[in-house]
Design a protein around this ligand. Structure first.
Ligand SMILES: [Fe+2]
Ligand SMILES: [Fe+2]
Length: 620
């Protein structure tokens, strides 16, 4: 039993220590106990901690096992074992939890992360950090852009090492640990003292970056210099020692800061150099993928390479994609994706099967039956002719759009240099310039897309009172509604279009020929049109909004194969209605049940567009 560490709980996002000197003792010892919130369910975390190192297997525990050998290549940390102590580690950055870890474990970690962020913010303020400096010193903590990862430690009693875990100070600001078994001890003066667990509480360990930041302030924080005792061999009935937790520290690509005595921030070097020195001190190999990511990020000015946090709150990690095939290779090599189907019945979106809505949100695509009364003859005709030179007569209003000036941002004709496709974009305000029946088709497609968005937000449990704000007016039929016509010039021997995510909420696609490919579950799949159906896909605005909700929506990555045509066959054509927030609005993301502004729509659109049309075919 240990009553050494002070005890606190978080209430209204502030720490309350049980004893009056609790905070002082916490900052002197470098740790404290934090009461578990009553509604946290730790089971998935405990299961993962006890099984992740076991060999891969089939069966109900499959998702919890096999992490020693699993492909975790998008993580810069991943699985590691040093050879000098008994500990083996699984460390995964927060933005990969949903992808790499069992769903319930990811959910728990996000809750622990949000708790930990609130605790750290309060500790910063108590230590005298100016609120305006927090995002500078902690690399965008308020937007989850700091270095935030989980740690699952397994102490291997069979490993013949002198110690459980080599003595060290945690490199970051804090680590919030779920721990049930003694073994952790910390150096205080000349003495190692136990930091035994307290039932119903986390052990929060204060880290080296916090110590450095506050070292010259009036109330400096001491980081705990700790180790884990060697574990002896156990009977089969006694499980191995484990702990798991969440870490928050500065980003790999940022500077490390310290306040001077006058309370001014000064920079004391790079965080990565500091980390390298610490790894050397522990005789650990410094994470090889971090080094290579840092090198690449200096070589390439344009993309984040996973140096968590992200340089923009909405910029998702770079994904390396297979090369874009031509359409013959595509149909030969990649299976068609079996999309779920839905229809509108009396204005309600109905899927064929009750679980299909969730599958559609997960896949990012589904097929929607074209409602009776939606006439597409005119718009089908328009896309066949709009890129042709203007002619008189019957086709006069259907031709000549390459030279057409359309008022407003990002509209009119686009000749995509690196792709087969050329596009004609026109926003709803300008639809009167189109033939009436084409505008009517656009209106019908927009209504369908908005209906799908409303059904989706309702399905996700988002309060209808918030929809108008969150979607920049789109759910109330305002927002930004763009008709886009696409022509794939088969005479150009390049990809049809680059792999990309649509930036908005929902896209309604009219296509009648194969060629669309999506990146689903780590592989390419053909997204083939079905007569009588639109292809619906979800965009990045919805993915960003729902990233931390229990049912996040996937904005699928998709592109078009190189179109190959003999002279007798018409080039590939398609058209869509893109549904975006108003360009003057903001993009939101849910955190702890509250929508938080993360970026302006304009900044987001600029970032996504530049990635969609550049020449880099393999990276997104
Ligand atoms: Fe540690
Ligand atoms: Fe797209």
């Amino acid at each position: 039993m240990n009553a050494l560490l002070p005890v606190a709980q978080l209430q209204d996002r502030a720490l309350h220590f049980v004893e009056s000197d609790g905070y002082e003792r916490a900052t002197s010892l470098g740790a404290f106990h934090l009461r578990h919130p009553g509604d946290f369910d730790f089971r998935a975390g405990v299961e993962l901690a006890r099984q992740y190192y076991l060999p891969a297997d089939v069966g109900p525990d499959a998702a919890f096992r096999g992490y020693r050998t699993r492909d975790l290549s998008r993580s810069l940390l991943g699985y590691s074992r040093t050879g000098h102590d008994q500990d083996e580690l699984l460390q995964i950055e927060a933005n990969l939890w949903r992808e790499y870890l069992p769903r319930d474990a990811a959910m728990l970690l996000w809750r622990m992360n949000d708790l930990s962020r609130a605790v750290l913010t309060d500790l910063f303020i108590r230590a005298g950090v100016a609120p305006r400096d927090i995002d500078t010193v902690a690399g965008g903590l308020s937007k989850n852009q700091a270095l935030q990862y989980c740690i699952f430690n397994h102490y291997r009693p069979e490993a013949d090492q002198p110690i459980g875990l080599t003595a060290h100070k945690d490199s970051g600001f804090i680590t919030t640990l779920y721990t049930v078994e003694p073994g952790l001890e910390s150096l205080h003066g000349q003495q190692w003292i136990p930091f035994d667990p307290l039932a119903g509480h986390f052990t929060v360990v204060l880290g080296h970056s916090l110590e450095i930041l506050t070292a010259r302030l009036k109330n400096p924080v001491t980081a705990s210099y700790h180790r884990v005792r060697r574990m002896t061999k156990r009977s089969a009935a006694t499980p191995d020692r484990f702990t798991f937790g969440v870490y928050i520290g500065p980003r790999w690509d940022q500077r490390l800061y310290q306040y001077d005595v006058a309370g001014q921030l000064s920079d004391v070097g790079t965080f990565v150099d500091f980390q390298r020195a610490k790894a050397a001190e522990m005789e650990y190999e410094f994470h090889p993928r971090v080094d290579s990511a840092l090198r690449q990020s200096t070589d390439s000015p344009c993309t984040d390479r996973g140096l968590s946090g992200l340089s923009s709150p909405t910029l998702r990690r770079t994904i390396t994609l297979p090369p874009m095939p031509d359409e013959h290779e595509a149909s030969r090599l990649y299976p068609a994706w079996d999309m779920v189907r839905a229809r509108f019945e009396c204005d309600a979106l109905r899927f064929d099967d009750a679980h299909d809505f969730d599958r559609a949100l997960n896949d990012g695509f589904f097929l929607l039956k074209i409602p009776d009364g939606v006439a597409l003859d005119a718009s089908d005709r328009f896309v066949r002719h709009c890129f042709e030179p203007r002619v008189d007569g019957e086709l006069a209003r259907y031709t000549g759009y390459r030279d057409c000036i359309v008022p407003g941002d990002y509209q009119g004709y686009f000749d995509r240099e690196h792709d087969q496709w050329e596009n004609f974009y026109v926003e709803r305000n300008n639809w009167p310039m189109l033939p009436d029946q084409v505008a009517q088709a656009g209106e019908a497609m927009a209504e369908i897309g908005i209906g799908i968005l409303r059904a989706t937000l309702g399905h996700l449990g988002i309060s209808a009172a918030e929809w108008d704000t969150l979607t920049g007016g789109l759910t109330a039929k305002r927002g930004h509604q763009m008709l886009a016509f696409n022509h794939f010039r088969s005479g150009k021997r390049v990809r049809g279009s680059k792999f990309h995510r649509d930036s908005g909420w929902v896209t309604v696609l009219r296509s009648t020929t194969p060629g669309l490919l999506a990146y689903i579950d780590g592989g390419l799949r053909c997204i083939n049109p079905e007569p009588g159906y639109f292809v619906i896909n979800f965009g990045s605005a919805l993915e960003v909004l729902t990233e931390h909700l229990p049912h996040p929506v996937r904005a699928n990555i998709h592109g078009v194969a190189e179109t190959i045509r003999c002279a007798a066959r018409h080039d590939r054509l398609s058209y869509v209605v893109f549904l975006d927030s108003d360009l003057h609005g903001d993009l939101y993301q849910y955190h702890d049940g509250v929508p938080v502004k993360v970026q302006t729509v304009k900044e987001f659109a600029t970032q996504e567009v530049s990635r969609t049309y550049d020449s880099d075919g393999h990276l997104l």
